[in-house]
Every structure is written in structure tokens, then in C-alpha cells.
Design a protein around this ligand. Structure first.
Ligand SMILES: CC(C)(COP(=O)(O)OP(=O)(O)OC[C@H]1O[C@@H](n2cnc3c(N)ncnc32)[C@H](O)[C@@H]1OP(=O)(O)O)[C@@H](O)C(=O)NCCC(=O)NCCS
Length: 172
């Protein structure tokens, strides 16, 4: 069993689109309407949008490979790329997604450790993220990684307003 990680470049936009669609569908399709899913997927993961995000120097994407197959990805944001105004001393984990068939093999933790490494290298004081209040699996994982709930914000899935918990891990 080999695990590898690679930072994504603009050339990876199509693979990024594929894995973004696949993992978002697997995670949320059972709890959301097909219309809201389609609206969200087309807005968040169209090629133009992903290429814009890949070109932002304050965002980084990584693929994690399990036995040379792309198994998941991570997106971290700093500075103005963060989806809330958290300041320059914070790093946001905006997305951490492992394909269903590769979950519970330590890959989520591997990507989380990558985010920690970046945060430490850049002398950040905290890591934060937003997670849907109904995503119990991810909330349990984040608690295991040492995050605590520090707030909430609303979020639109298509035309439905949903609640995200803000969870934070302090680094020093
Ligand atoms: C949440 C997610 C990233 C976790 O990744 P994973 O690869 O399955 O988790 P890992 O195997 O790396 O687990 C790391 C540790 O967390 C624990 N853990 C994982 N999922 C857990 C859960 N639901 N509840 C409690 N502990 C959990 C593991 O037991 C492991 O513990 P250990 O370090 O003591 O061995 C993954 O389930 C996922 O991609 N889910 C779908 C997408 C998603 O919801 N992303 C978050 C959007 S905000």
C-alpha cells in the first residue's frame, strides 16, 4: 500500500472537476434534492471556476493517491482566499474529500496533516473550516483531529439555506 500526495496545477483542472463531482455526489446526494445538487455542482465545480481557484496564489489544492489512484483531495486557503474574514493568522481547510471506497484508510488524516504542515510553516495561529451541521461523519472526524465548534454561518445549497458549523483548531 502506497500513499502519495501532489500539489495540483492548472493542468489538473479536469481531474479536479471529476473528483470534485464524484466526492460531492457521494457525500451529499442522499440528503439533498437533485435540483439543488446540480445547481451547486455546476456553480462550484465548473472548469472556469476551478481554474480561477487553481490560479489563486492564496489557495492550494492537493491530490492524495492510494496505490497510484487519485483517492481524494484537499483545498486550503490563506489570506483573502478564505471564505470568511478570519485574518492573516488563520488557514482554512475549505475542502477535504476522500472517495467512499478509500475512506477509513488514514487518507483524511494524511491530508489534514498536510494542512497542519502548511499552517505551521506559515506560522498560522489557527486552522478553521465550515462543515454542514448534518455531516455527522465529517464532524466526528474533525473532533478527532482536535477541532472544536466556534461558530456557525449559513450557506446556500441551490435554493436551500443550510447551516454550517465553524470549527477551529488552535495551533499555539
Ligand atoms: C471526513 C473524511 C475526510 C475522513 O477521512 P478518512 O480517510 O475516512 O479518515 P481517516 O481514515 O484518515 O481517519 C483518521 C482518524 O479519524 C477517525 N475517524 C474517521 N472518521 C471518523 C468518524 N466518522 N467518527 C470518528 N472518528 C473517525 C479514524 O478512526 C482515525 O482515527 P485514528 O487516527 O485514531 O486511527 C472522509 O470521511 C470524507 O472524505 N468524507 C466525505 C467528504 C466530507 O464530508 N468532507 C468534509 C466536508 S466539510
Amino acid at each position: 500500500m502506497t500513499i502519495n500526495i501532489k500539489q495540483c496545477t492548472l493542468e489538473d483542472s479536469r481531474i479536479l472537476k471529476e473528483i470534485s463531482y464524484e466526492t460531492f455526489n457521494e457525500t451529499f446526494k442522499d440528503q439533498n434534492s437533485p435540483e439543488n445538487m446540480t445547481t451547486y455542482l455546476e456553480r462550484a465545480f465548473n472548469l472556469e471556476q476551478l481554474e480561477k481557484e487553481l490560479s489563486n496564489i492564496s489557495s492550494q489544492f492537493f491530490f492524495v493517491y492510494f496505490n497510484n489512484e487519485v483517492a481524494g483531495y484537499l483545498k486550503v486557503n490563506t489570506n483573502d482566499a478564505q471564505s470568511e474574514e478570519m485574518g492573516d493568522e488563520s488557514l482554512e481547510i475549505e475542502r477535504i474529500y476522500i472517495k467512499n471506497k478509500f475512506q477509513k484508510h488514514g487518507l483524511g488524516k494524511y491530508l489534514f496533516n498536510k494542512a497542519m504542515e502548511i499552517a505551521m510553516e506559515r506560522h498560522k495561529k489557527k486552522i478553521w473550516l465550515g462543515v454542514w451541521e448534518k455531516n455527522e461523519n465529517a464532524i466526528s472526524f474533525y473532533k478527532k483531529m482536535g477541532f472544536v465548534q466556534t461558530g456557525a454561518h449559513s450557506f446556500y445549497m441551490g435554493d436551500e439555506e443550510q447551516m454550517d458549523f465553524i470549527m477551529t483548531k488552535t495551533l499555539i
